[in-house]
Structures are given as C-alpha cells and as structure tokens.
Design a protein around this ligand. Structure first.
Ligand code: SAH
Length: 373
C-alpha cells in the first residue's frame, strides 16, 4: 500500500512523541526516504539534539592502534585472511604520543580502536589504559576492541576505561551469518553488549547501512534492537566494499539512507551521542556535514600516527589525510561553525534529561569503579 506524504509525516510525528514505532511502520518509512520527508525528519532531529546538547559538537580522537585481527568478517579490509593488508601495532609510547598531540589540540575523549589482536592481552591493555588515565584524568577513554570476556571488560573498566563501542552490525540472525564466519554469532555479540552495560560503561552499538543482503526489514530490526538496548552511543555508516574481501563486488550503501536513519535514531533515542562517521564522509565528501544536519552531534577525526593511517583500511578510499587528520582542528572548527554549530573542548558525556531532571543512573554505575585516577 502506498502511503501519502502526510501519512508518512504522521509516522515521524509519532516517533518523535513516543520514541518507537512498530517494525512495519519503520519499514514503511525506510522504504520511502523521499527528500520532502527527509527534510521534515531532519528538522525535527535537529530540534531534539538541540534540546539535549544545544549546538555543541563533541570530538573524539580516534587512535587506530592495531590492524591485526583474528576475525574474518566478510566485509572488513583488515580481516585475518587478507594477506595484502600491511599489518602494524602501536606501542604504548606511540599511543601516548597520539594522546599528547590530541590533548594539545583540545581533544577530551580518546578512542582506542583496533582489530581483535591477541597481542594486547588484558595485562598489556590495562597498562595502557591506566597510563592514559593517569596522564589525562580529565579525558574520557573509549575502547573499541571487539568481543572479550566479562573479566576482560571488567578489568579495562576498573583500569579507567569509560566507554565501549561494539556495533551489533545486524540484529537479524540469518543476516548476521551472511556477514560473518560461523565462529561469530549474534548471540555472543548481544551478550557482550549486555555485559558492557552491566559493568557500567557508556555503551555504543550500531550497524552498517546497505551491507550485502540487507533489507528494510533488517534495518527496522536494527532500530528495534537499539531501542531495546538503549545505548548511550550509536555508530552507523554506509557499507563500503573493500577490494580484498569476499564482498569486493558488492554495492555500497548510500549516504541518503544513512542520513535518513541518523534522523530516525535521533528521534528514537533523543539523548544519544551520534557520530557523523568516517564512512559517511568517505561515500560523500559532504557526508559528515549532512550528518550533523540530520541530527548527529559527534565527529571522530583520526588521531593515529600519519605513517599508519593508510594501513587501517576497513574499506576502499577511506578518507584519512588532509581534512580528515585530527591536526586540522581549525578546518574542522570552521566547517562545523558554518553549519551553525560549534566544536567544544569537553568529554562530551551522555546527558539524559528526564522530566526536567538529569538522569544520574550512568553516574551511579560509574561510582562502582574501583580505579581512581
Ligand atoms: N574490531 C572492532 C573494531 C571494528 S572496526 C570491533 O569489532 O568492534 C569498526 C566498524 O567498522 C565495524 O564495527 C564495522 O561496522 C565497520 N566496518 C568494517 N568494515 C566496513 C566496511 N567495509 N564498510 C563500512 N564499515 C565497515
């Protein structure tokens, strides 16, 4: 059945009010991302982000510290089977040097992201986490190092890590199996996310838009999964093929659908920290600006050492020099300002406003932390 634009707008009005729709209603919206509807959605999304975060945009300095990975995800350029990837690991000193540079540039969140690399045992990683937090007690530290045991997650948290990014990638079991080898399961992914939440991390999840075999039904399930999880952060970006993966010949996701989903996510999770991602900036040179205008409030420039930036290639043509580099703070600032927003020097923590009162559940959990910087 074809819906009129007015009916579609009513669905968006309801999402704004009730913060959730049925699977069928989400599918209806996702199947009709016509420009008039997108504009209607983005305006509401901007209004809601403004209620929670004003016009502030938070920066995260992304440190891609290893591209070794024991996993073999079919979409990812640093998968184990890619013999053409030139592998690297950063030492603790190199990581600390990235933080030092970032701190000077006004970064107050560092994100340590990498492949699942056994070299960084719990001992090695907790040592790095502790040192970063001792030197930069006013900064938040985010980890994005994949699936680990509860004990590892707890050890990292107690060492001072504040946040954890682990995308669920797709909330549909069968689709999950099309993107990953049998050793990786959606159940384990969900279990990890639950454990991270329980420990007290600010948790981020998310998915790729337009990944091979994805339907609007899958995307609707992704939204409903996020609604159930209630994460503090959500990362989404278009799937982009990497030439040395089984998905080399697959079609890329689009910026338009990614932007539309960003808008829907802002309405569904009003206070969420939502980055305009590198993948969005890769598929469309103006992608990240458009992302901010669709409700995003975070950007994550690359703070990795210049000599390794072109090695952390999850997908083809990843932007990693020039404008992308974290040291171009001035450029980032003026781009964001030209959109009517401003980059702030701030940890940029999750802010939940409930009935005019700030929800402190997150802080209460944080007090369970043993480590004190
Ligand atoms: N090993 C960590 C970090 C993975 S890389 C982890 O498993 O969480 C971070 C994200 O990049 C992934 O979660 C995935 O959603 C995204 N990604 C990987 N390959 C991609 C591709 N070809 N196109 C777009 N995004 C990709």
């Amino acid at each position: 059945m074809k819906q009129s634009i007015e009916e579609l707008k009513q669905l968006i009005d309801r999402l704004e009010k009730e913060h959730v729709l049925s699977k069928e209603e989400f599918i209806t919206l996702i199947d009709n991302p016509v420009p008039e509807l997108s504009e209607y959605l983005f305006e509401k999304a901007r209004g809601i982000r403004r209620e929670h975060y004003g016009t502030d945009v938070y920066l995260r300095g992304l440190i891609e510290f290893t591209n070794y990975c024991k996993n073999d995800c079919y979409y990812c350029g640093i998968r184990r089977s890619n013999r053409n990837a030139s592998r690297y690991r950063l030492t603790k000193d190199q990581i600390l040097a990235c933080c030092k540079e970032g701190y000077g540039l006004g970064y107050r969140t560092f994100v340590l992201q990498g492949g699942e690399d056994g070299y960084y045992s719990d001992e090695v990683l907790t040592d790095i986490i502790r040192d970063i937090k001792i030197r930069y007690p006013d900064c938040a530290l985010t980890l994005s190092v994949g699936e680990r045991s509860y004990e590892s997650y707890l050890a990292f948290y107690e060492a001072g890590a504040d946040r954890y990014l682990l995308r669920h990638e797709t909330a549909d079991q069968v689709h999950y199996g099309k993107l990953h080898p049998p050793a990786l399961t959606l159940d384990t992914r969900k279990q990890c996310l639950m454990e991270l939440k329980e420990i007290g991390y600010q948790v981020g999840s998310g998915f790729m838009v337009g990944s091979p075999g994805q339907t609007s039904g899958h995307l609707a399930e992704d939204l409903l999964f996020l609604h159930a999880l209630q994460p503090q952060m959500v990362g989404i970006g278009p799937f982009i093929a990497h030439h040395d993966t089984p998905f080399a010949a697959e079609e890329n996701g689009t910026a338009d659908l990614t932007l539309f989903l960003l808008g829907l996510i802002r309405l569904m999770l009003p206070a969420v920290l939502l980055p305009a991602t590198t993948a969005l900036g890769t598929i469309d040179p103006a992608g990240r600006d458009k992302g901010i205008l669709a409700g995003a409030n975070v950007v994550m420039p690359n703070l990795s050492p210049r000599e390794v930036r072109n090695k952390y290639l999850l997908y083809d043509n990843k932007i990693c020099t020039g404008d992308e580099a974290a040291e171009c703070r001035h450029d980032i600032d003026s781009r964001i300002r030209s959109l009517g927003y401003q980059v702030v020097v701030d940890r940029g923590d999750f802010k939940q406003i409930t009935g005019g009162k700030k929800d402190v559940s997150c802080e209460i959990n944080q007090s369970r932390r043993i480590y004190q910087p």
